[in-house]
Design a protein around this ligand. Structure first.
Ligand code: GTP
Ligand code: SPV
Ligand code: MN
Length: 606
């Protein structure tokens, strides 16, 4: 290699803009050294051993979970911080009513102060990654500069990370610059800790220039910047500008006894069942579900007028508690090796455990805060937002086409949330714009996936409230526009449904068994989409006709079914008023949605 350019020995790229940017950020953050990540096995082993030595990771017993690790975060760094997430568009109105807007020039000055010297004493890792299949023109490359080796390992699971992404970038390709610091410089006399972070947290997005700056957290979506920050907040803006959709949706493939397959996308808020549904084991004989994605879908209208979806991720970052052999066997089996667990409990024999993995907790557990677990004191062993990161390719139910750059044609889109009351098990939208109206009005009871009150009802339009990088009213308009511009007048686009697995009875018990039994609803959705079964009209949408929902083998009493499929008109008048009030609070909604609101009110009065 006598003729190699001198810089090539130090840097694995000749991308001048990338090299200049890495230089600039290093000058600002003053790391001890810089390491370019290639995503190799050797790098994985070196960094994981380094983190074991530092006490950040515990290596799990090799005979139980080979090549797997356990981390315990700082108790102040356990979930996404929505109140500290900012959209810094040039104009405040472009961020809309649902985002925290900040002036970009002011924020840049703040970030320059905050990041100055923030990587002192640490290594700055250069992490090239690709969201979407390698080589696809629809994939997006990002480069994350981070001072957290835990983030590097997690990014290697969650995205196509390292040399292949850098090669794809070439010498002048476009990339989204992502800067991440845990915000704990190792200045003179400061000793490192197992989970460095800072009480001051900032998750900052510049939508016009497609940039991400994240400070103070090492956890999940705050720190793995390819996921919510790039693949949703920045990508939603790119999608608006370029005529596609970036959505908080799982993608699954369902095959019936006749051998016909359909792909379904579904948007539920965080911790409302996407991963579980993506890996569903059908309770109906002859039906199977295969997994394509569990959290994010990028969708484009094809020349045939159908909507094609791609999962931009390469791994699952799933909620551990509640994941067990009876609820999600495929997830449990996926986790057999090569996984990172954070904030679960640790067993005495070097494995992980969480509530729901087995019926009773094993003896001798250490809880997520590192204390001996005492079931008597009432606090769980695993944090409710404890998570696993694991390669998607390991999932026993993964579909062959999961990484096909062409995507899969979508037959139906489901929207849903956690609603103890009012919202039926399943409702079919009358048409696309009615579906947009249903999705715009999703509300859900809060979960542990984000800071905030667990259980409090909040509006979460399209399950995108924390993830839409621009004005929500513009986003609704973009959805309406997508159908208007589609070939064949949008007639080949998916049908839209609203679902709710979380209706409760008077005693607070779930009325619907959920999980594998959700296949019964999927069957009706497929049959509706192919014109094989009946529905009845109701003021809020179409409901399964009596007997249309396959309940064979299910022990569900008549009263529960009536409640699950019932529409209480008086209650729905209140719901409709709530919709109108909350839509108005978003700004100027598209005329098509105002029309849907008027039609709903009309249907409720006749
Ligand atoms: P994020 O990764 O935060 O986006 O979550 P998610 O939408 O992928 O949710 P996940 O599938 O991890 O489920 C979250 C919680 O909901 C778990 O505790 C599940 O046990 C529970 N859950 C999932 N599906 C159902 C269901 O059909 N019925 C009931 N009752 N609970 C469910
Ligand atoms: C979610 O909260 O929707 C998640 C977890 O998928 S995180 O990646 O932390 O956003
Ligand atoms: Mn999610």
């Amino acid at each position: 290699m006598a003729d190699m350019h001198p810089s090539e020995t130090a840097h694995p790229t000749r991308h001048a803009a990338l090299l200049a940017w890495v230089d600039d950020i290093a000058t600002l953050t003053t790391p001890r050294d810089i390491q370019w990540c290639d995503g190799s096995e050797a790098e994985w082993h070196r960094l994981s051993q380094q983190l074991v030595d530092a006490g950040t990771l515990v290596r799990l017993a090799a005979d139980k979970r080979p090549n797997s690790f356990y981390a315990r975060s700082d108790p102040r760094d356990v979930a996404r911080v929505e109140s500290r997430t900012f959209i810094c568009s040039e104009k405040a109105e472009d961020a809309g009513a649902t985002n925290n807007w900040r002036d970009p020039a002011e924020t840049r000055a703040d970030m320059n102060r905050l990041f100055a010297g923030s990587m002192t004493g640490r290594t700055m890792y250069v992490v090239p990654f690709c969201m979407g299949p390698l080589g696809s023109p629809n994939s997006v490359i990002g480069v994350e500069l981070t001072d957290s080796p835990y983030v590097v390992l997690s990014m290697r699971i969650m995205a196509r990370m390292g040399k292949p992404a850098l090669d794809m970038l070439g010498n002048d390709g476009f990339f989204v610059p992502c800067i991440h610091s845990v915000g704990m410089p190792l200045t003179e006399g400061v000793a490192d800790v197992a989970w460095p972070c800072n009480d001051e947290k900032w998750i900052v997005h510049y939508p016009e220039t497609r940039e991400i700056w994240s400070y103070g957290s090492g956890y999940g979506g705050n720190a793995l910047l390819g996921k919510k920050c790039l693949a949703l907040r920045i990508a939603s803006v790119m999608a608006r500008d370029d005529g596609w959709l970036a959505e908080h949706m799982l993608i699954l493939k369902i095959t019936g006894p006749d051998g016909a397959s359909h792909n379904i996308a579904a948007a539920f808020p965080s911790a409302c069942g996407k991963t579980n549904m993506a890996m569903l084991e059908c309770a109906l004989p002859g039906w199977t579900v295969e997994t394509i994605g569990d959290d994010i879908a990028w969708m484009r209208v094809g020349q045939d007028g159908r909507l094609y979806a791609v999962n931009p991720e390469a791994g699952f970052f799933g909620v551990a508690p509640g994941t067990g052999p009876s609820t999600n066997r495929n997830a449990v089996d996926t986790l057999h090796a090569n996984a990172i667990f954070t904030n679960t409990a640790l067993t005495a024999d070097g494995d992980v455990w969480w509530e729901g993995l087995t019926k009773t907790a094993p003896e001798g557990l250490t809880d997520w805060q590192g204390k001996p677990f005492d079931p008597a004191n009432g606090t769980p062993a695993a944090h409710p937002n404890a998570r696993f990161a694991v390669p998607a390719s390991q999932c026993p139910s993964i579909a062959a086409e999961w990484d096909d750059p062409a995507g899969v044609p979508i037959t139906a889109i489901l929207f849903g949330g956690r609603r103890a009351t009012a919202v039926p098990l399943v409702t079919e939208a009358y048409d696309w714009n009615h579906g947009v109206y249903l999705a715009a009005n999703i509300a859900s009871e809060g979960t542990a996936a984000a800071e905030g009150k667990v259980g409090a009802l909040r509006r979460d339009p399209f399950a995108m409230l924390p993830f839409c990088g621009y004005d929500m009213c513009q986003y609704f308009a973009h959805w309406i526009e997508t159908a208007r511009k589609a070939p064949n007048g949008g007639a080949n686009l998916p049908k839209i449904f609203l679902v709710n697995w979380f209706r409760k009875d008077a005693n607070g018990k779930f009325l619907w068994p959920g999980f594998g039994d959700n296949a019964r609803v999927l069957k009706w959705v497929v049959e509706r989409s192919t014109g094989q079964t009946d529905a009845i009209d109701s003021p809020i949408g179409r409901l399964p006709a009596p007997g249309a929902l396959d309940l064979g083998g299910l022990d569900l009493d008549e009263a529960a079914l009536t409640e699950l499929l019932g529409v209480d008109v008086e209650l729905w008048k209140e719901e409709a008023a709530g919709n109108a009030r909350d839509l108005a609070a978003l700004g100027t909604i598209p005329a098509e949605l105002a029309e849907q609101q008027a039609r709903l009110e009309e249907r409720l009065t006749v």
